[in-house]
Design a protein around this ligand. Sequence first.
Ligand code: BGC
Length: 369
Amino acid sequence: MKKTWKATSLLLVLMLFTAMLAACNSSTGGSGSVSVGIVLPTKDEPRWVQDEQRFKDALKDSEYTTEILFSQGSSAKEKENVETLINKGIEVLIITPQDGDAAAAAVEAAKKEGITVISYDRLITNTDAVDYYVTFDSVAVGAAQGQYLIDNVQGSGVPLYLYAGAASDNNAFLFFEGAWKTLQPKIADGTFKIANSSEAEALKDTAELTRDQMSKILGQVTTNWDPNEAKNKAQTHLTAVGADMKGDVAVLAPNDGTARSIADVFSTDGEVSSFLVTGQDAEKASIQYIIDGKQSMTVFKDVRTLVTDAMGIAIEILDGKTPETTGSYDNGEVEVKAKQTDVIVVDEENVKQELIDSEYYEASEFTGL
Ligand code: BGC
C-alpha cells in the first residue's frame, strides 16, 4: 500500500516536472547562453556530488540550459562562480552557500542584475537578496537524531558525546536546535550525562537555547563539517575523559561524513564497550556502515525532491509565474518564502526498503544487504 502510494506520487511529481519543462522550453530564449546557474559548496563531500548528479539526471532530457559550479569550500571562489554565471546571462541562480553570511555579497551582485535567487538546502543569511529557499526540515533532522538515541539507549547515566556542524552554516544551528529540544529532558532527568561540552553541561536545564547559547556549545563541539576535525575532536575527547564516561555511550554526530570518522575512533577505544551514533544524508559509505553495524542510523534526505522543487521554482520564474511555497524562514533580514521537504529515519531495519526498494540506490552498490 505505502509503496504504491509513494510510486504514484513520485510519478506525479515527475509528470508535473516534465510538463513544466515542456512549458518553459518554448519561453526560455533569454539573451544569455545559460538560463539557470547552480552553485554547490564542495566536491569533497559525497552529499554535494550527489546533488550534482541528481540535477544532471533531472535535466538530461531537456533542452534547458544550466551550468553547475562548485565553490570548493571557499566564499571567494563562490563569488567568482556567481560572477561567471551572471556573465553567462542567467536569469535564476540556485545556490548552496559555503558560508551563509559571506554569500550575501555574491547574491546581492546577482540581484542587481535582476536575477532571481534560490537558496538551496542552506539559507543565505542577513541579506534581502534571497527570493526563495528550498530545504529539508532541518529541525526535524536533529530531532530525529536525538529521538533515535533516546529510543535505543539502555539504562541511565549514559555518557553523551555531542558534535555539531559548521557555525557558518545556518543548518548546523537548526540541526542542533532539534536535537537539543529532544535530548534536553533526558539529560535533565539523568538518562544521559554530557561527556564533552562544559557549555552544554552548564545549560542542561535550559529547554530552549538561544542562538548565542548554541554558538557557545558549537564553539566546543563543532566538526566544521570536516571528517578530519571530527576525528581529532573525538580522539581528544576520549583521551580527556575517565572510565565513568566510557562503557556504553551515545554520540550525536551531525552528518554521515563526520559520523563515520567519529565511529572509527570510538570503535578503537578498548574502554568503549558499545556506542550509538547518528548521521544524516544517507551517503553510500554510511549505508554500508549501517549494514555492517558500524553506524546506528542516518537521516535520509531525498535529494531528488529538493532538485525537483528548486528546478520547479526556477522554471515557474522563467515562465513568468509565481511559484508556490509552503512557509517561510527568517534569514535575519527578511522572511524568505520556502518550500520544505520531510525526512526519513533509516537504520538497519528499514535500510533496504527506504533506499533500495525506492530505487534511490542499487542493491549491487552494497555488500551484505
Ligand atoms: C547539509 C547536510 C550536509 C552538511 C555538510 C548541511 O548544510 O544540510 O546535508 O551534510 O551541510 O555539508
